[in-house]
Ligand binder design. Sequence first.
Ligand SMILES: [Zn+2]
Length: 237
Amino acid sequence: MTQELFRENAYLDQTTARVTACDERGIQLDRTVFYPRGGGQAGDAGALVRRAGAAAIAIADTVKGEGGAILHLPAPGQDLSALAPGEELVAKIDWDRRHRHMRFHTATHLLCAIVPYQTNGCSITSGYARLDFDMVEPLDREHLERELARLVDEAHATRTIWVTDEEMDAKPELVRTMSVKPPRGVGRVRLLEIDGVDLQACGGTHVGNTREIGRLRVAKIEKKSARTRRVVLEFAS
Ligand SMILES: [Zn+2]
């Protein structure tokens, strides 16, 4: 198992780590700040910085492997022959890219609060965020942009909460206020609360305050199918 430092602190951009495996599937570390592709959010890119003059290894993407492993995928064309388990290095993400993921990801939670329908698809990259809603009603671009701007300007704090199934059962009002119902039977669930705005189960990375998202524009509203409305967000500047 890789210790997932990004789950507790999304703002960590680097950590020392030890290589635990290195093969054709990718590079595994004992702990990492690299978020693996999942929940709609793109995987992190960055570098593994080695000691003693060895060239840094460029990481193009990060994915989940079997049994909770996190696989750092090297960009092609690099010589990794000297890399072996036990080596200590510094794992460093491309922070500008990740911070855009965090801003967009938090923005999708705001959108969930504005549009009161279940979602059935989500994609978060450094260039855009895309969210699919299970609904037939039309959506109004100006309304969405105005509400997003309001929630950003109101500077709501965000908070990660871990709860067990028992705690959920003891607090039905918690589940009732959630825009997305959490999975059950997995022991504990990670929730993201945006103070006074939204609460939902989510394993992704988010900014600490909605103000940090900045100005958004609705790039596209699309009727994806008879029962799906797709919204694409971009940064306004
Ligand atoms: Zn989230």
